[in-house]
Design a protein around this ligand. Structure first.
Ligand code: F6R
Length: 251
C-alpha cells in the first residue's frame, strides 16, 4: 500500500489524478470504477483539465460507479448519476453509453443488483476503482456489519451516513434511506484501488482502516488485503497516521 502525502486537499486531487491518468495512459480502454461525494471532486477537476490539455482521453473508457440512492431519478440533483454528469461525464470525452451506474428507480432493486454484477463481469473487471471513506469506515455504501458484502447489494443506510448526507438535502427526511452499492468483494477484485481522504474528520477512521484490525465493523480495513492500493490524502486526513506511523507515509 502506498500512502501519498499532500499538503492540501487541492494537491491531493492532483496527486490522485496522476495515479488515475497513469492507468488511462497505459490502457486507453480501461474500465474505471468511480465514486461520488466530496473526496474525488478535485481529482475530477484535474482529470478534466488533463483531458482539455490532450494529456489523456476518455474516448474508449468504460465506467462503473460504486453506488446510487434508491428512489432518486437520474435527473434528481442529489442523485449520483446527476453528480457524475456534472463533475466528470459532461466535461470530458467519455461516451454516455459507456457510463454505468446502478439504477435508483429500478422496479426490482434486487434484480438490479444482479444486473449490475453481471455487467461488471461482462466488462472483464475493473482496472482502477476510486474510493472515498465514510466517517464510519464505509466504502461505497457498505456500512459496518457482521460480515463483508460480496456482490452488489441493496443496503439500508445507517443513521450516521444519513446524518452525513443530510447536508446535501433540504431536510433530513428527504435523504434516501436505501442505496444500491457495489459489494466489498467486488471492490477488492479491482486491479488497482485509489482511496482519497480529505480533512480532519477522516483522520481517526483512516488510521483505524489502514492500520487497525481487518474487520467488517470497519469495511475499509479490508483494503489492507488488496494487492495494489494507493491512498491520496491531505495533511489533515493523515494527521493521526503521521503521529502513529510516520514511516508509512510517502512525501
Ligand atoms: C460515494 C461513496 C461513499 C463516499 C464516502 C465519503 O460514491 O460510495 O462511500 O465515498 O461516503 O464521502 P465524502 O467524500 O463526501 O466524504
Amino acid at each position: 500500500m502506498k500512502i501519498l502525502f499532500s499538503k492540501t486537499a487541492h494537491d491531493a486531487g492532483i496527486s490522485a489524478a496522476r495515479v488515475f491518468a497513469d492507468v488511462l495512459k497505459k490502457k486507453p480502454n480501461a474500465v474505471v470504477g468511480l465514486a461520488t461525494g466530496s473526496s474525488p471532486i478535485g481529482m475530477y477537476d484535474e482529470l478534466t483539465e488533463m483531458t482539455k490539455r490532450g494529456e489523456i482521453s476518455f474516448r474508449d473508457v468504460h465506467s462503473v460507479n460504486l453506488d446510487e440512492y434508491v428512489g432518486l431519478t437520474p435527473e434528481h440533483d442529489q442523485s449520483y448519476n446527476y453528480f457524475m454528469h456534472k463533475n466528470l461525464f459532461d466535461r470530458v470525452d467519455i461516451k454516455a453509453e459507456n457510463t454505468n451506474l446502478p439504477s435508483g428507480i429500478a422496479k426490482d432493486p434486487t434484480a438490479e443488483c444482479k444486473r449490475y454484477d453481471a455487467l461488471i463481469a461482462s466488462m472483464g473487471g475493473i482496472d482502477i476503482q476510486v474510493l472515498g471513506i465514510g466517517n464510519n469506515g464505509h466504502i461505497g455504501f457498505n456500512e459496518p456489519a457482521d460480515a463483508f458484502t460480496k456482490g452488489t447489494t441493496l443496503v439500508n443506510l445507517t443513521d450516521s451516513t444519513i446524518d452525513a448526507n443530510s447536508r446535501f438535502f433540504a431536510s433530513r427526511d428527504l435523504v434516501p434511506t436505501r442505496a444500491i452499492s457495489m459489494g466489498v468483494g467486488q471492490i477488492m477484485k479491482a486491479k488497482r484501488i485509489l482511496l482519497i481522504a480529505l480533512g480532519k474528520g477522516k483522520a481517526e477512521i483512516l488510521e483505524r482502516a489502514l492500520f487497525g484490525d481487518v474487520t467488517p465493523r470497519v469495511p475499509a480495513s479490508i483494503l489492507q488485503f488488496a494487492e495494489d492500493v494507493t491512498v491520496c490524502a491531505d495533511e489533515d486526513a493523515l494527521s493521526v497516521i503521521l503521529e502513529k506511523h510516520p514511516e508509512a507515509v510517502t512525501r
